[in-house]
Design a protein around this ligand. Structure first.
Ligand code: NAD
Length: 515
């Protein structure tokens, strides 16, 4: 089932954007399990060539005034909004997600582009810093691009996690070599195409495709910085490989995210919002909530409301907004989800909703599933299921909820529901996670592109969005100018006297709060 906008002509245009001489790969049309598109594959030599080409283009780009660079992204933003439906079509075809999830994904790079259009001039401009001695030394902090940034993206949000991450890298004056996941090259390639249509200089943004360890590995071995989103296992390998070259990397990894329902939560409103937080993108969202902790006093009422809301979710394949939930993206994802649920069921968990695949809708559909009585020996207790499976657990008081929520190696996202928003936010601040959403699942924090987003512990290193989401693609350089030679003693002054005078200066400067 190819969407109408994926014409042969568009496919040829997208294929032409790949640096690939290593054969071809055919992706799957997820709604049917048939073939979707055949795209070129890259070899490690292709990656080297792409990086060299990108590096050549980067020199001129870095020397281009920021205002001229930003004009490209101004046009890109307009083009992106105009091509919303094509982005959604490609995303649905290659991931099987519901159209509303595709729309949400489309919105992120638009928000990110708009955000950095506003903030990049302030973040990248030279900044006066306090010099070593007031009046004697002045200091300026400059921001230089890293060079060629490698972006390695996963299949679950292939458009947002490639285009949304590479736009700030380009804005900062870098070139980019992008490696999307093998199953999901079309939507990122369309984003790349739109950037070139918006006026990006030739060669500055390269795309390589292929096997993760081979092609992704070559990206890490050749670029000057790596932005990676994917599993914790692969992220660890990338960190090791980057460390060998002493290049920086940001790692946006997995999660086993908790949702806390405090005793004063509005039950119907919480159940409605929680269903979205747990099952958006069929649970294949790094931020989605897989562990739901509910205060004892409202556990049964909440479980009833949550199960009822889950039952109302419409599952369907189709290029329109009718479905709440789409398909899982692959046979592998379906197998993991089914294994987690079957294992929990076999070990005594209660299935309150869902719990079975839906081959009648498409080969990889699985019902949104709610479990209780989940114990630590079950796989879904601590491991990321990355599917539409959520477990409900009771707690006695806020301290216990915080302790339970923090009992994980991950630390990506969390959600706290309560009528007293201040209290809920205070509980959230005690959670060991990178983002907390009060009375929402994930979209509030993720959509707040002015604020950083990322994980702690096994959920990663570094942040996207906010100042860090741009500055991580830069090297700072301090240029300090000595105006008056006061940092060494005059020729005839014994060093002991100089040290004494300097100590006095340090005392005075501290007292005056100058340094
Ligand atoms: P993955 O780690 O298998 O693959 C991610 C990307 O890395 C793909 O492009 C893949 O080809 C490439 N890759 C694989 N092995 C590689 C290697 N050895 N060297 C270099 N590149 C390699 O992850 P996945 O299964 O595609 O994605 C799902 C995971 O991503 C989940 O754990 C999810 O939680 C996580 N994720 C995190 C975020 C976040 O922002 N924190 C967002 C989305 C997904």
């Amino acid at each position: 089932m190819r969407p109408p906008s994926l014409t042969d002509e568009l496919l040829d245009t997208l294929r032409a954007r790949v640096t690939g001489s290593g054969g071809t790969h055919t992706t799957t049309a997820v709604f049917t399990g048939g073939d979707l598109a055949t795209v070129p594959e890259s070899t490690p030599d292709d990656v080297h060539a792409a990086v060299e080409h990108a590096a050549r283009a980067q020199r001129d780009w870095a020397a281009t005034p920021l205002a001229t660079r930003l004009a490209v992204f101004e046009r890109f933003h307009r083009l992106l909004l105009r091509h919303r439906d094509t982005v959604a079509d490609l995303l649905q075809a290659e991931t099987g997600k519901a159209r509303r999830d595709a729309f949400e994904e489309f919105a992120e790079p638009a928000l990110v582009t708009s955000h950095y259009l506003r903030t990049a001039p302030g973040l990248l401009r030279p900044r006066r810093r306090a010099g070593a001695l007031p009046g004697a030394v002045s200091a300026t902090e400059l921001r230089h691009p890293k060079g060629v940034v490698g972006i390695i993206a996963p299949w679950n949000y292939p458009f947002a996690l490639s285009i949304g991450d590479l736009v700030p890298a380009l804005v900062a004056g870098n070139a980019v070599v992008l490696k999307p996941d093998r199953q999901t090259p079309l939507s990122p390639l369309f984003g790349v195409e739109l950037l070139y249509r918006a006026g990006l200089p030739a060669g500055l943004l390269q795309v390589v495709l292929g096997d993760g360890p081979t092609v992704g590995g070559a990206v890490v071995d050749t670029c000057d910085y790596v932005g990676f989103t994917g599993s914790t296992r692969t992220g660890t390998l990338i960190a090791e490989r980057a460390a060998r070259r002493l290049i920086g990397c940001s790692l946006e990894l997995g999660g086993k995210n908790p949702l806390l329902v405090l005793d004063d939560a509005d039950i119907p409103a919480t159940a409605r919002a929680a269903v979205r937080g747990c099952f958006a993108n069929a649970g294949q969202l790094c931020l989605s909530l897989e562990r739901v902790y509910v205060h004892d006093s409202i556990f049964d009422a909440f479980a009833d409301a949550f199960v009822a809301e889950t039952g109302r979710l419409r599952l369907a394949a189709g290029y329109d907004y009718r479905a709440d939930l789409g398909s899982l993206t692959s046979r592998r994802a379906l197998t993991t989800v089914a294994e987690h649920v079957d294992d929990a069921r076999a070990k005594g968990a209660t299935v309150l909703a869902g719990g079975r695949p839906r081959p009648d809708l498409g080969p990889y559909f699985y019902e949104p599933t709610v479990l209780t009585d989940v114990t630590p020996d079950m796989r879904c207790h601590a491991a990321e299921t990355f599917g539409p499976v959520v477990s409900l657990y009771p707690f006695d008081d806020d301290d216990e909820a915080v302790a339970l929520a923090n009992r994980t190696e991950y630390g990506l996202n969390a959600s706290v529901f309560g009528r007293d928003r201040r209290r809920a936010a205070a509980v959230g601040a005690r959670l060991r996670v990178g983002t907390v959403n009060v009375n929402d699942g994930y979209a509030s924090a993720y959509g707040s592109t002015d604020a950083p987003m990322g994980g702690v512990g096994a959920s990663g290193l570094g942040r996207r969005h906010g100042a860090e989401g741009l500055l991580k693609y830069t090297e700072s350089q301090t240029v300090a100018t000595q105006r008056v030679a006061l940092l060494d003693p005059p020729r005839r002054l014994p060093y002991g006297l100089f040290a004494k005078a300097m100590t006095g200066s340090l005392r005075i400067m501290r007292a005056l709060g100058i340094r």
